[in-house]
Design a protein around this ligand. Structure first.
Ligand code: NDP
Length: 234
């Protein structure tokens, strides 16, 4: 059984992943900014938690160090924390673009920077990076969000090639899934469009099951990319 760190474990896919992996017998260490939620979840499923803002490299290092201190090792890091304030480019919501880049791209890089040396020292480990179908296709209002997820896909593939024989790297790309992600959309047009689209959403456990599948493979098996969509969507 493994020591698994999950960022963005306070809701949605991160929470469902923590629940699923704990049920599979793994030891969980949960991270996010809303510690009250982490505390409640940790009490329910067992394991540790710590407040982490993934946009801060030092905080992510402290998060990984705390997990290592608690369990003695770090086997899997699920870089899941993400935000999606969609809007058309011409709305010029520059602050929201920056936030998506900071959380979705820098957050993943900070997770890699914090955990890769630990995994190297241990002789192995596994990164599971949560991207999106937006890592493969672009749609109106989602240009910057998709750019961040294309970046996560590129970073994951680069890490996989460079770290071959060392760490395992899995990219899990969900289609529309039940979570709090759309609550952060401030643009009224994008918000309305998302309301209709989200009616088809998958339960978050469908994505958690994909993560659990990759984590559960024998050490010599590296599951690289999983795209999970609602059947009803083309
Ligand atoms: P939620 O909004 O429910 O969860 C997002 C999580 O990210 C929360 O736990 C939040 O915790 C955390 N988070 C946000 N900003 C930060 C930060 N700066 N530092 C640390 N944690 C942060 O959405 P989802 O569960 O849907 O999102 C999880 C991942 O799945 C994201 O990467 C998202 O892009 C991806 N995804 C989701 C899809 C969907 O339809 N739901 C589809 C495709 C991809 P807190 O606010 O407590 O810090």
């Amino acid at each position: 059984m493994k020591v698994v760190l999950v960022t963005g474990a306070s809701s949605g896919i991160g929470e469902a992943t923590a629940r699923r992996l704990a049920a599979d017998g793994h030891s969980l260490f949960l991270g996010a900014r809303r510690v009250d939620r982490l505390a409640k979840l940790a009490e329910e499923i067992g394991g540790g938690y710590r407040r982490v803002d993934v946009t801060d490299a030092g905080e992510v290092r402290a998060f990984v160090d705390a997990a290592r201190e608690a369990y003695g090792r770090v086997d899997v890091v699920v870089n899941n924390a993400g935000v999606m304030p969609l809007s058309p480019l011409e709305a010029l919501r520059v602050e929201e673009w920056d936030r998506m880049i900071d959380v979705n791209v820098r957050g993943v890089l900070h997770g890699i920077a914090a955990a890769l040396p630990v995994m190297r020292e241990q002789g192995g480990g596994h990164f599971v990076n949560i991207a999106s179908v937006g890592a493969y296709e672009v749609s109106p209002t989602a240009a910057v969000y998709c750019a961040t997820k294309f970046a996560v896909r590129a970073i994951s593939e680069g890490l996989r090639q460079e770290a071959a024989g060392g760490v395992r790297v899995t990219l899990v790309s969900p289609g529309v899934t039940e979570s709090e992600l759309a609550d952060g959309i401030s643009d009224p047009v994008a918000r309305e469009a998302m309301r209709t689209y989200r009616a088809l959403a998958l339960p978050a456990d469908a994505i958690a099951a994909a993560v659990a599948y990759a984590v559960g493979q024998p050490e010599g098996v590296d599951v690289n990319e999983l795209v999970v969509r609602p059947r009803a969507l083309a």
